[in-house]
Design a protein. Structure first.
Lengths: 248, 320
């Protein structure tokens, strides 16, 4: 079984978000980049498939050379090989087209993306990739078992979960629940040393056609100060929520 | 040309997000001087869309669509868009809406922006404002497809009534099968889902243990609210993961969010920031949540919450 895990290089969850160049570009100054958390849940599940069912796990990112440290980290976690498609990731459509072009040349049984990246929150790549490849798709995936080419899955829905089955090949959108936070693999020294010997290949980009472009970023308006209510004045809190905020 | 919306239903009845998407679609259609068309699937009360300015309703009745299928629903929306020459399609940000939207975009070769929070600032080219960096920023994004799809962020536009007299038609479509089959749906009954809730009550580590969650549940029941929790609480197994809200958990965009014993880590605040009014109850006046909240009570949750619940019960019985 061949598994591809698509990885996005995103700012650490605690990063301060600032913009430069007239608010047209994210300020990477002092920002640490990490494996997109949703992708990392998917990668961990893929490594289990490798350990338990001899899956071959490849990780892939679309981006410039600055994305390579996180690919090395994926190799240290246990992926067998890494691929970088060498182009600037413009929008979800372009990224999905690049991944689809690779998947048409090298077929995979299972393709894992995160349900969304935590920076652009597009939530597009998995679905568009699915459409371009004409295969099955389950996003918000919280459970996955594979036996004899059939996947049994669950996805989180509003207010519950849905159980599903599908034949491979399949694309899934991973999220927390597919594995737990405690299951995430922290690379050990042996993994880090081995990762240096594993292949990280750079592929030339295909022709892609983005369908959106960010013209400008904007930060939310700063909030006014909190209105404090004394703990023995809870009637006042109810009054404020009813008459001022009008939410109860 | 037209603007098309998909009005989502649950068990045959339109959901509130269906009306919000219709309200947004109406305003969008007015901007473009085009008719607003709604497509519904196996929905009984389509007449209710007349309150929100829909000009035409395309009603799909097909027993094979009783169970949601992302690929088949996407085909329905795309085929109706093609038949009605819709160059703009508006979908909701429910779990199903976000699942379908990219699939629709491939069929229509359309541009797609998710998490859109306002009407477009320009229509040619189409420029939308969407939230990104998990509510820590917005981006102004230009969509350049010949057809484009807007995923409207939940509770961002609100409901705007504008009565109309829609023409209703039924349509029969031929759909390809979905390679993915649903086998069963498990929904918690008798509880409000976080995604649908107007009010969310959330508990953090300050509650000291799962045995104290009745404080959260009683308050939630009094307000008809959903219950949620912070990441450490779900990681420790005090509450199910489905209640975890924040950057890697569920997003919240409720009208009122009450955080009890939640310190307010940056990842938590990001996930709940789209809520309109935030209240914090915490015994630590230095908790970061106080900087993000609209109203705050510095006090012991074990004393404040039961008292607040009692007072709200009295308030509710007076006002209703």
């Amino acid at each position: 079984m061949k598994v591809l895990v698509c990885i996005s290089n995103v700012p650490d969850t605690t990063s301060k978000i600032n913009f430069v160049e007239g608010d047209t570009r994210f300020d990477t100054n002092g920002v640490q980049f990490i494996i997109n958390p949703n992708d990392e849940f998917g990668l961990t599940r893929a490594i289990w498939l490798q350990q338990q069912q001899q899956a071959e796990v490849t990780v892939l990112t679309v981006g410039d050379a600055s994305c390579e440290p996180i690919l090395r980290k994926c190799l240290a976690i246990g992926a067998q090989k890494a691929l970088r498609i060498d182009t600037t990731a413009t929008d979800g459509f372009a990224v999905a087209q690049e991944i689809a072009a690779h998947c048409k040349e090298t077929s995979y049984d299972l393709i894992i993306t995160g349900r969304e990246s935590i920076d652009y929150n597009g939530g597009m790549v998995g679905g568009i990739l699915t459409g371009l490849l004409g295969v099955g798709f389950v996003t918000n995936c919280i459970s996955l078992e594979i036996e004899n080419g059939t996947a049994t899955l669950a996805r989180e829905i509003d207010g519950g979960k849905e159980n599903l089955t599908a034949q491979l090949p399949l694309v899934i959108g991973a999220q927390k629940g597919l594995v737990e936070e405690d299951d995430l693999i922290i690379p050990n020294m042996r993994g880090i040393m081995q990762a240096r010997q594993k292949p990280l290949n750079v592929l030339a980009a295909q022709k892609n056609t983005p369908k959106s472009q960010v013209s400008k970023f904007e930060k939310p308006q700063p909030k006014g100060p909190v209105k404090l209510v004394a703990e023995d004045q809870l009637d006042e809190l109810i009054n404020l929520l009813h008459n001022e905020a009008k939410v109860i | 040309m037209s603007v098309l919306i998909f009005a989502e239903a649950e068990k045959g009845t339109l959901k509130k997000v269906g009306f919000e998407v219709a309200s947004y679609g109406r305003a969008l259609a007015d901007l473009r001087c085009e008719p607003l068309i709604a497509v519904t699937i196996n929905t009984n009360n389509v007449d209710a869309l007349a309150q929100y300015g829909v000009d035409q309703i395309v009603q799909i009745q097909d027993d094979s669509l009783d169970i949601f299928s992302a690929q088949r629903y996407a085909q329905v929306i795309a085929q109706v868009a093609q038949q009605k020459a819709a160059k703009l399609v508006v979908l909701s940000s429910t779990a199903d809406g976000r699942y379908m939207a990219p699939l629709v975009s491939v069929i229509l070769d359309a541009g797609y922006a998710s998490n859109v929070v306002a009407l477009p600032s320009a229509t040619a080219p189409l420029e939308v404002k969407r939230s990104c960096f998990t509510n820590k920023a917005f981006s102004h994004t230009t969509l350049s497809g010949e057809t484009n799809i807007i995923g409207l962020a939940n509770n961002s536009f609100g409901l705007h009534e504008k009565p109309s007299q829609p023409v209703i038609e039924t349509l029969e479509l031929t759909l390809d099968p979905d390679p993915v089959q649903s086998t069963s749906v498990e929904k918690v009954t008798g509880k409000v889902a976080i995604a649908d809730a107007d009010i969310v009550i959330s508990g953090g580590r300050g509650l000291k243990g799962p045995e104290n969650w009745h404080l959260i549940e009683d308050l939630a029941e009094t307000l008809g609210a959903a219950t949620a929790c912070s990441k450490p609480v779900s990681d420790m197994g005090w509450r199910p993961h489905s209640e975890h809200v924040g950057q890697t958990g569920k997003p919240v965009a409720s009208n009122l969010y009450i955080a009890i014993g939640v310190s307010g880590a940056i990842q938590h605040l990001a996930g709940i920031n789209a809520s309109k009014v935030k209240v914090v109850i915490n015994n630590d006046p230095e908790a970061p949540f106080f900087k993000a909240a609209d109203y705050g009570v510095v006090g012991d949750a074990f004393k404040v919450v039961p008292e607040l619940t009692e007072k709200l019960k009295a308030f509710k019985s007076q006002t209703h």
